[in-house]
Design a protein around this ligand. Structure first.
Ligand SMILES: [Zn+2]
Length: 199
C-alpha cells in the first residue's frame, strides 16, 4: 500500500505528476501538499489524519494510527506546470512504440532495440515522428537501406506524432485510480499537445 500511487495536482488543479504514497504523505507532513477528498475539500496532514477511516476506505498504518489513503494531493507551495513538450528522442519513440519492434513485433529491452528510418535517409526520409520507428536489431539489419515495400516488410502501424505525451499516456494506462478521473476530465487535452523539434 505504501508503494501505491497518488496523483499530484498543481494549484490550478492540473495533474502534473504521479508519486508514490509514501512521498505524497511526506509532502503532506511537510506542508507542501494537501489531500483532496471526493468532495474536493482540501486537508492538511493533521486534518486528514483525524478523518475517520470507514471500512470502504483504503487505509495505511502510520506509527501511531491508521489514516485514509489520499489518492489525490494538491501542491500548495509552487506551481509546476505539466511538461508540454515531448522531446523527439530515442526514449520517447520507444515509449510510443511500447518497446516493440514495429516490423516483427518482438518486445525488447532498450539494448536490443534500435531506431529505424522507415524511408531511409539516403532516399530522402526525414528524422521525424512519422518516419522513425522502433526496430529490433535483426529487422534493422534485414531492412538495410530499403523502404518497407522494397524489403517486403510491414509496419505494425503507421508512425505518428503523439498528441498526448506518451509518458503521460503510459502513466494513465498503468495505474489509473477512479479518484483521479475527475481531474483528467477537466484537463483540456490540447494542453498536452506536443510541439517537437525535428530536422
Ligand atoms: Zn524485429
Amino acid at each position: 500500500m505504501i508503494n501505491s500511487s497518488v496523483l499530484v495536482l498543481n494549484r490550478s488543479f492540473l495533474p502534473v505528476h504521479v508519486t508514490p504514497l509514501k512521498r505524497a504523505l511526506c509532502m503532506m507532513v511537510q506542508g507542501i501538499a494537501k489531500a483532496i477528498d471526493e468532495e474536493y475539500q482540501t486537508f492538511d496532514f493533521q486534518n486528514w489524519a483525524e478523518l475517520s477511516v470507514a471500512k470502504h476506505h483504503e487505509s495505511v498504518g502510520m506509527v501511531d494510527r491508521v489514516i485514509r489513503v489520499p489518492r489525490v494531493v494538491l501542491l500548495s507551495v509552487y506551481d509546476r506546470l505539466p511538461k508540454r513538450c515531448v522531446r523527439f528522442s530515442r526514449l520517447n519513440i520507444m515509449t510510443r512504440d511500447n518497446y516493440t519492434c514495429q516490423y516483427c513485433g518482438k518486445r525488447g529491452p532498450k539494448s536490443d532495440l534500435n531506431l529505424d528510418h522507415v524511408v531511409p535517409r539516403v532516399l530522402g526520409g526525414g528524422t521525424s515522428w512519422d518516419n522513425v520507428v522502433t526496430s529490433c536489431l535483426d529487422c534493422n539489419r534485414m531492412k538495410g537501406g530499403r523502404t518497407p515495400a522494397q524489403a517486403k516488410m510491414h509496419l505494425a502501424r503507421k508512425p505518428y506524432r503523439p498528441n498526448i505525451a506518451p509518458l503521460m499516456e503510459l502513466m494513465q494506462r498503468r495505474m489509473f485510480h477512479e479518484a483521479w478521473k475527475p481531474f483528467f476530465n477537466i484537463v483540456d487535452l490540447s494542453y498536452w499537445t506536443v510541439e517537437l523539434d525535428s530536422d
